[in-house]
Ligand binder design. Sequence first.
Ligand SMILES: [Zn+2]
Length: 247
Amino acid sequence: MEPFIQSYSLFSKYQTLLQVFSTRSGGFSKAPYNSLNLGMHSGDDKKTVTQNRDHFFKSVNIPKERLVFPEQVHSANVHLVSKPGVIAKCDALITSERNLFLTIQTADCFPVFLFDPRAGAIGIVHSGWRGTAAHIVPKTISLMENKLNCRTGNMLAAIGPGVQQSCYQVDTETASRFDAKFLLADGPGHFKLDVQGTIVEQLLASGIERENIEVDKTCTHCATDRYYSYRRDGKQSGRMMGVIGMR
Ligand SMILES: [Zn+2]
């Protein structure tokens, strides 16, 4: 079975750009990781995850030796990269190199894809509540402006699926780091938090035009057949992967 993969329409007219996001369909992992689990540190059998990754990268025609993987730690650390490999302690990558494919893995946290077609530069961000509270998306955009001559007026941004507000209860301490308009009271000492709405506001505040922002509002926690969800599946959750690169 071929992996079921999604791309955002905002990027589709750019022939040289490759942007994909995996779902859980079309892989080899057995339950509860069924089936296209791409997370190596998810508790799944590593040989099967390697087989899933090979299948995924082959299906989108990405050379395995041209990938960059951040060792995600829910930080606000952004790295400018120019060659393949693993980057320690970082949750966002940017580059202007062609034939270099930036990856992130998620299961509830939001994947954010950035592209400036004029500057020829891309970025990818893992933005969960911690990264969002620490402004990792605006930091990534600033670094693209400062190091890669990007202009926010030219930039495109897509936010992939993650856990939506209806399914995302947080405590008062977490809630206190977010604007009240992204919180709904949910019983004593608890709130429901809209991380994705916060990211949209951050993109707009950075200067990206609203028509250049695409938002996938699917909830990973609700879409059981399509996505992994850490909040739903806990330690036995697989991971989706987002990839962006310029051929
Ligand atoms: Zn949900």
